[in-house]
Design a protein around this ligand. Structure first.
Ligand code: XMP
Ligand code: MG
Length: 173
């Protein structure tokens, strides 16, 4: 796999869009204190920027979801860190890096709804609507992209490239 050095989404575009999403969420959650639930590891950078852009009182928690091996979704989604979460009665904003087949969020949302949050909304930086295998719509989406594999701004290929400031295409050699 080869990194295309031209960013698909530049750091400047990401920052501008994160600001817009934050303004929308701030308006929608005025008077409430949402719980930001970051899906590790991919959404870590996005969550950190969004939390600061929100500039409102929030709580921050983390879950870990794993499904990918290389550039292929393994099908099985494994979740960890779920046991420590206190989400009953909370307004939960679940924050993902990317929605692809929809399996990760579908599994995670099912588990979270069992805990009876006051509300549950999905926030994703990226969406690949053309790859959906289970129905899943985010409430707040940064950018829709095609069926390409992307890295950077938290997204990895075998733990590489998370630190890149923008989103880049990873292409076949
Ligand atoms: P599903 O298929 O469950 O996938 O919706 C969601 C998770 O798969 C990972 N994913 C990617 N990771 N570049 C990545 O670095 C991609 O293009 C990509 N597509 C899916 C990601 O972890 C996401 O949470
Ligand atoms: Mg992820």
């Amino acid at each position: 796999m080869r990194l295309n050095p031209e960013p698909l989404i530049s750091p400047e575009r990401i920052a501008a869009r994160v600001g817009e999403m934050a303004a929308q969420i701030r308006a929608d959650y005025a008077g409430r204190r949402p719980l930001l639930l970051c899906v590790l590891k991919g959404a870590a950078f996005f969550t950190a920027d969004l939390a600061r852009a929100l500039a409102m009182d929030t709580d921050l928690e983390f879950v870990r979801a794993r499904s990918y091996v290389g550039t292929r979704s393994g099908g099985e989604v494994s979740l960890s860190r779920m046991d420590d979460l206190k989400i009953t009665g909370r307004h939960v904003l679940l924050i993902e890096d990317i929605v692809d087949t929809g399996r990760t969020l579908s599994r995670l949302c099912g588990r979270l709804r069992d805990c009876e949050p006051a509300s549950l909304a999905l926030v994703t930086l990226l969406d690949k609507p053309g790859r959906r295998e289970v129905p899943m719509r985010a409430d707040y989406t940064g950018f829709e992209i095609g069926n390409q594999f992307v890295v950077g701004y938290g997204l990895d290929y075998e733990e590489q490239y998370r630190q890149l400031p923008g989103v880049y295409l990873l292409e076949e050699d």
